[in-house]
Design a protein around this ligand. Structure first.
Ligand SMILES: *Cc1c(COP(=O)(O)O)cnc(C)c1O
Length: 391
């Protein structure tokens, strides 16, 4: 069946109450019919729920749905996107191992790679996405994983997933793709050979800025290892959040269509303004990887970045002049949110690290919401006009 139908019609099994919508299973544990069933469940001889840290019908429904939408075999739901990033790395890596990662990654992912994994002797090499020839030489004999984000946050750089899938296969590396910005509706990394797909479900999957969550999806044999790691370390998602996120997925396609339509219109408007220097949006012909974005994404996504002529000063004035759009660090919300990455989400990076991934002092990131596009453009337009820095 098609994406929309799978997103709506994948449901946990009906109970004797014959409910139309799936109930919330807020229970820590599940009872055994008898001593023998308890033994068989723990021995993995039969399938079933034992304890919500291991599995729960709401989490299983969410994962079954995500797997259908991403084209993956299995997965687990995690308490946050960062739990998904960490567990997807920690499961497969041990002391002495090495990761090749794209330089442009989410701020906390950067902290995991640079400050946390090195505590256990796991090292990394960053490569620039616009220098594909450097990727192969970055691979060492102890490299086990390639980790990338595409489109990246906040630079909106695009990586050629088909090319990367081949590179990972050639060197027998686990390819781990953070697909948070695209969502399963716009891009399916598994089609290009990604072994593990990670998500922050907090963003477009929730879509209304209410819930924190994450997911790790992939091939069955790899997820088996992830499930073992997660079962015994405990990053599991609350059934309540799984229930909300499964419901959210029912409207993902229609929401993303509108996010992308609004984002494209806003980007096109911003490009006409003389005081806006660089507008970046994957489906704008001026994006350096426009052709590639068109090839591997269904639409351009909900995030637009731009740089104001007046740099950091105008950037700050602009944020303070906004009347409707929210100043907040989240994205993927039904409400348009505006962030200044250099002073917030990516403030822990050193200045030269920010420069290397294109986070300039004046860069503004907009997650374009579902308000009427005329109102979004009006608020952005007045804030840009009223923030001009007098030279
Ligand atoms: C937000 C985000 C994360 C982290 O997700 P949380 O749900 O906030 O833990 C990871 N990767 C990307 C690309 C993100 O935007």
């Amino acid at each position: 069946m098609n994406f929309e139908t799978n997103a709506i019609r994948t449901q946990a099994e009906q109970t004797d109450f014959r409910e139309h919508s799936v109930p919330l299973y807020m229970t820590s544990s599940f009872t055994f019919e008898d001593a023998e069933q308890g033994r068989a469940l723990f021995a993995d001889e039969i399938a079933g729920n034992i304890y919500t840290r291991f599995s729960n019908p709401n989490n299983s429904e969410l994962i079954e749905k995500l797997c259908l939408l991403e084209g993956t075999e299995d997965g687990i739901a995690t308490a946050s996107g960062m739990a998904a990033m960490f567990v997807s790395m920690a499961t497969f890596l041990q002391s002495g191992d090495h990761i090749v990662a794209s330089r442009s990654v989410f701020g906390s992912t950067h902290q995991i790679l640079t400050m946390i994994l090195p505590k256990w002797g796991i090292t990394h090499t960053y490569v620039d996405i616009n220098e594909p020839e450097k990727w192969e030489s970055a691979i060492q004999p102890n490299t086990k994983m390639i980790f990338v984000e595409t489109p990246s946050n906040p630079a909106l750089d695009i990586i050629d997933l088909a090319w990367l899938g081949n590179l990972a296969k050639k060197h027998q590396l686990i390819l781990n793709v953070d697909n948070c910005f695209a969502t399963p509706y716009l891009q399916n990394p598994a089609l290009y050979g990604a072994d593990i797909i990670t998500h922050s479900a907090t963003k477009f999957i929730d879509g209304q800025g209410r819930t924190i969550g994450g997911a790790i999806l992939g091939k069955r044999d790899l997820i088996k290892q992830v499930r073992f790691f997660a079962r015994h370390t405990g990053p599991s998602m609350s059934p309540f959040n799984a229930w909300i996120l499964s419901k959210s997925l029912e409207t993902l396609a229609v929401r993303m269509d509108r996010h992308c339509e609004n984002a494209f219109k806003l980007a096109t408007f911003l490009e006409t303004l003389p005081s806006v220097n660089i507008v970046k949006y994957p489906f704008l012909p001026s994006h350096p990887q426009y052709e590639l974005a068109k090839r591997q994404m269904r639409l351009g996504g909900g995030v637009v970045t731009f740089e104001l002529e007046g740099g950091i000063l105008q950037g700050r004035n602009f944020l303070n002049q906004l009347k409707m759009c929210s100043l907040t660090a989240n994205l993927g919300d039904s409400r348009t949110t505006v962030t200044h990455p250099a002073s917030t989400t990516h403030s822990k990076l050193k200045e030269e690290e920010r420069q290397a991934v294109g986070i300039t002092a004046g860069l503004v990131r907009v997650s374009v919401g579902l308000e009427h596009i005329e109102d979004i453009i009006a608020d952005m337009g007045q804030a840009i006009a009223n923030s001009a820095v007098v030279k």
